[in-house]
Design a protein around this ligand. Sequence first.
Ligand code: PLP
Length: 397
Amino acid sequence: MEFTKRARSVAPSLTLALTAKTAELKEKGVPVITFGVGEPDFNTPQEIVNAGKTALDLGHTKYTAASGTPLLKKAICQKLLADNGLKYGEKQIVVSNGAKHSLYNCMQILVEEGDEVIIPSPYWLTYPELVRMCGGVCVYVQCLPQNGFIMNAQDLRKAITPKTKVLLLNSPNNPTGAVYSKEQLEEIVRVLKDYPDIWVVSDEIYEKLIYEGNKHYSVAQLGLYDRTIIVNGMSKAYAMTGWRIGYCACPDNKCASLMAGLQSHQTSNPNSSAQYASAAALSGKQGFIEDMRAVFDQRRLLMLEKLSSIKCIKAIHAKGAFYVMIDVSATFGKSVEGKIIDSANTFSALLLEHFYVVTIPCEDFGAPRFVRLSYATNKENITEGLDRLSKFIDKIK
Ligand code: PLP
């Protein structure tokens, strides 16, 4: 009995597996501190929760249009205009079960067997799997720590071949925290202007989590509207990870209707009450986002400051999202109680084993010398967890 090559070739999500392992350890009473989290540790704001409850009470418990309710699409169009200066009609929007699903839909409508998808590396570990599920081939462009993990436009040019179909951009970036400036994106746009057949899928899910006065830009604002699909969602900006609402803003109605048609057979509509809650989130008061961002910023600074005094590791100065990457390669070849640290994977495993601190090794993110720390946790945990990390480093011989 053989299962498909497609299913067998997909690596299960490491981050979700580690989340499950952390929960298991906590249940056993182990005093785990986790820097593994990929979601805000805030509750969904009460007004949004209430809007979801009201929707249920009003009987919005049935199928909606497969691509989302007109109410939510309208709110998304208003958001794109107000925040990004981008004009979209409701027929250009497809609402899905989270941005991950939206990204999958993009690959489904754009990538033919053997098409190449350029992915700046490091990257969110889900991207390559989505590309492969659709028969595509990943082409990675290495982004260097000394350039703040921003993709060099000339490196992009070198990676383009006649088979290139999509560039997958992600700013602010998971896992690096890199935020592309307007000028950096304009350089990318200049390269792509020479290749009119290449699409851009722009994952902007961390748009609202940017620090140090940096601003978010989308390539759709910078001359590539006609071939960019913007992917965004409710998870990170509104602390709504479990509600599962993401969306695509497509360059035209045809692109959106193809995606909607696909989704109509795949999942039908996303959860109806969650759509009502999302519409309320987008059109309600936005103060929550800034309050949350300010808290993340304080934690980011605390984490960077504490990391700077730990020997043997080097932290990347993250400017967006809620992650800091640390270069742990100086520990490779050394050992802890006789066990050799031969990779970021082993580093993370030994840190968990000896000091109960969960971190995400970045092999699957295209950064094998790095480990990712999330600061979606409170200051006490950050202080305690980094004290433990420091003790772990002291133990390495
Ligand atoms: N894109 C990036 C870069 C992410 O890190 C994540 C989640 O961690 C997503 C998309 C997916 O978010 P959603 O919860 O909307 O599926």
